[in-house]
Design a protein around this ligand. Structure first.
Ligand SMILES: Cc1ncc(COP(=O)(O)O)c(C=O)c1O
Length: 390
């Protein structure tokens, strides 16, 4: 039996939505068609939009269906930037952080190479925390030239929470739109788009119990985005393409469940996480808990183990039937140290000692017991092998 502790890369489907999702999959009809079958599909999509608007605490017209986090983040960063420079070519600075997911870092680098953007990478401390005083000083001096700020709510590797409402308050003083990657946040910490002050917020279904391949970009009604993907004009023209009623249904059902349970689930998960953290810290006193005492989402537990390879621990845990990760699955298979840890000032050697254990809605006490059973042997084996010289 496999014990799955990699929920931050993708989590289990919510059982409550499976029957409805499968039934919708078998129905024929394009939500943009005028005939009855199309209109039935449209009704499913619009009901889903209503439910999502409740879960995100936003207006229904602000919900744009996407294929997932990466697409929503690309639409938002490119759209906000290209709109800003179309109105004022001197507004070409994008403030972001090197600890963002590649879905956020790479579009910014693309805009630097292809569209005259200047990326300003916010300085981070050893826990990955952005200094809001630095940001305020930077905006005082350069606010007129900033097109957008793009920062994530919860870091998917370390679990660190960025105080998004404080950040948007600051940005608002300078009239700068803020985009947020909330992929690792929504469903895990309480989120109100209305209260957040954000211009755009991206979420991804497979991180909170919907299938892979669907997500949403919440676009504030007063946000101005250039269109970067052209076609049939669906979703306010922001995201053209045929909508899937089945995926819309699944996304909204999972979102409603996650939003309704967010406080109780967080408490339950925090208690499970505490057992793992205490155990690891006792077993390996020099293990470093990556976000330190900073506020974080408890379900993402990230350690570095000095002199030990995270990959080796992962393989040994895997062969003992426990799935964890060394960082973002999106780069798994590529032998490189975590860019997030590097952004936090760790050396490449230190970053190679990373291990992420992430919990989710299907995690049980028995999963934690299983991890505790097999971790000491996996660590001891990995420590003996040491770190490969690079
Ligand atoms: C924080 C964060 N942003 C973006 C993404 C990309 O989302 P998706 O896989 O839905 O494209 C991920 C996926 O791991 C993530 O964790």
């Amino acid at each position: 039996m496999t014990v799955y502790l990699d929920h931050a890369s993708t989590t289990a489907l919510r059982p409550e939505l499976v029957a409805g999702y499968l039934s919708q999959l078998q129905k024929l009809g394009n939500p943009s068609s005028i005939h009855g079958a199309g209109q039935k599909a449209r009704q499913i999509v619009e009901d889903a939009r209503d439910q999502l608007a409740k879960a995100f605490d936003c207006h229904r017209s602000e919900v744009i269906f996407t294929s997932g986090g990466t697409e929503g983040i690309n639409i938002a960063i490119k759209g906000l930037y290209l709109n800003a420079i179309a109105n004022d070519p001197l507004r070409n600075i994008i403030i972001t952080a090197a600890s963002e997911h590649h879905a956020g870092v790479d579009p910014v680098e693309h805009l630097e190479q292809e569209a005259g953007a200047i990326a300003v990478w916010a300085p981070l401390d050893q826990f990955g925390v952005i200094d809001l005083n630095w940001l305020e000083d930077y905006l005082e001096a350069n606010g007129q030239k900033v097109a957008l700020i793009s920062l994530m709510w919860v870091n998917n590797e370390t679990g660190l929470i960025t105080p998004i409402p404080d950040l948007t308050k600051l940005a608002k003083r300078f009239g700068i739109p803020v985009h947020c990657d909330a992929v690792a946040a929504f469903g895990h910490i309480p989120i109100s788009f209305k209260e957040s002050g954000l211009s755009t917020m991206a979420v991804s279904g497979h991180k909170f119990g919907a299938p892979v391949g669907v997500g949403a970009l919440v676009v504030a009604r007063d946000a101005k985005l250039a269109i970067t993907s052209h076609g049939g004009g669906q979703e306010r023209g922001i995201r053209s393409g045929t909508l899937s009623a089945a995926l819309a249904y699944a996304l909204s059902t999972a979102a409603a469940l996650a939003a309704a349970e967010v406080d109780s689930e967080r408490q339950r998960i925090a208690a499970l996480a505490k057992r793992i953290i205490n155990f690891v810290q006792q077993a390996v006193p020099d293990a470093i808990f990556s976000r330190g005492e900073q506020p974080g989402y408890e379900g993402i537990i990230h350690f570095t183990f000095p002199g030990c390879s995270g990959d080796s621990i992962l393989y040994l845990l895997d062969s003992a039937g426990v799935s964890v990760s060394t960082g973002s699955a999106c780069r798994a298979g590529v032998a490189e140290a975590s860019h997030v840890l590097i952004a936090m000032g760790r050396t490449e050697q230190q970053a190679r000692g990373s291990l992420r254990i992430s919990l989710g809605h299907s995690t049980t006490e028995a999963d934690v017991d299983a991890f505790i059973d097999v971790f000491p042997a996996a660590y001891t084996g990995a420590k003996k092998a040491g770190l490969p010289s690079s």
